[in-house]
Design a protein around this ligand. Structure first.
Ligand code: ADE
Length: 319
């Protein structure tokens, strides 16, 4: 019995507890789109049993989705049923009945993806002022007052990192491996609360701590751990590697990792010991955490629990 078989669809095709009537859903605009999937904003009537419309996000397949993609969406549904944490996107319901496409309904995160949010805070060039222990990001776009207006405090960036580590720590306690942790898959809800999302690739592990992916699917190479690239090996510690890349994305306000490096060359570079440099305006301390996450031997990388503690300490220093 393999890990992925445990999230088989048969037992869950008609999950009464989560079933939501299609006719109570008014689909609005598209929020995001991948090759096979689409997320739409929608209004859901009475989903809270309070006789009101609530804004939600609905995940569905596009027309060209194959059976395998449908299985992935079902597997995401099954994962979401098991989880409940403030930093993980919350399942609200699903439309699974025949006579229409599969819809997964999750809470709406009104500030969008963390990647877009970070990129919106920059204009032209990123600079920083370095107060002791508390560098402040600001965008160098001209006069001082405008720079101040557009600043994003270092503590806020650390808070994003802390919240992601906190959500990931919960997921690893739940024996869930995400496998696609990246700022594009992290959402921000009001109050800048981080919501880890996009469980399409995630797998639960019942045997040991390792999930071995059998066939080569589409893979987010620049976020992948060295052992995932080499042997298709996914563990909690490969999620930790991806978290290191997420820290780098946060510190660069949403840059794309390994600029100029082709996916084909990346593995050789990593194998030769190359790692990304410290971003401008990143503290030495945060960069040292990135390097820990990118240690070649997975056992040498910190756990998410340890990462939460380290980020806690860094946050305390900003107060
Ligand atoms: N884009 C993808 N999923 C989303 C969600 N749940 N809320 C807002 N935007 C999204």
């Amino acid at each position: 019995q393999s890990a992925s078989d445990s999230s088989n669809t048969s037992k869950t095709m008609s999950d009464v507890k989560w079933e939501f009537p299609r006719e109570n859903l008014i689909l609005e605009e598209t929020l995001g789109e991948g090759e096979f999937g689409r997320v739409m904003k929608a209004q859901a009537w009475n989903i809270t049993r309070q006789q009101e419309y609530v804004t939600v996000a609905v995940k569905m397949l596009k027309g060209n989705g194959t059976h395998a993609e449908e299985m992935d969406l079902f597997s995401e549904f099954n994962m979401l049923k098991e989880v409940c944490h403030p930093n993980v996107i919350r399942l609200l319901g699903a439309c699974t009945q025949k006579g229409g496409p599969l819809y997964i309904i999750v809470e709406y995160a009104d500030l969008g993806s963390l990647r877009c949010f970070l990129r919106k805070t920059r204009r032209l060039e990123v600079s920083y002022t370095c107060q002791v222990g508390n560098p402040t990001y600001f965008v160098d776009g001209g006069d001082i007052s405008r720079q101040q207006f557009r600043s994003i405090p270092w503590a806020e960036l650390l808070s994003f990192a802390w919240q992601i580590a906190n959500g990931m720590s919960y997921l690893s306690n739940m024996k869930l491996i995400h496998r696609d942790l990246a700022t594009r898959n992290v959402l921000l809800a009001s109050g800048k609360v981080v919501k880890i999302s996009d469980f399409g690739l995630s797998r639960d592990v019942y045997e040991g701590e390792t999930y071995l992916k059998r066939s080569k699917g589409r893979v987010p190479v620049k976020w992948m751990a060295i052992e995932s690239l080499e042997d298709n090996l996914y563990t909690f510690k490969s999620d930790v590697w991806s978290f290191g890349v997420v820290l780098w994305e946060i510190a660069t306000l949403g840059a794309t990792p390994y600029p100029g490096v082709t996916p084909e060359r990346l593995f050789q570079l990593l194998k030769a010991g190359y790692r990304m440099e410290k971003p401008n305006a990143c503290s030495d301390e945060l960069y040292s955490v990135m390097l820990m996450c990118w240690r070649e031997n997975p056992h040498d990388r910190p756990s998410f629990k340890v990462l939460v503690t380290k980020l806690d300490q860094m946050l305390l220093q900003t107060m």
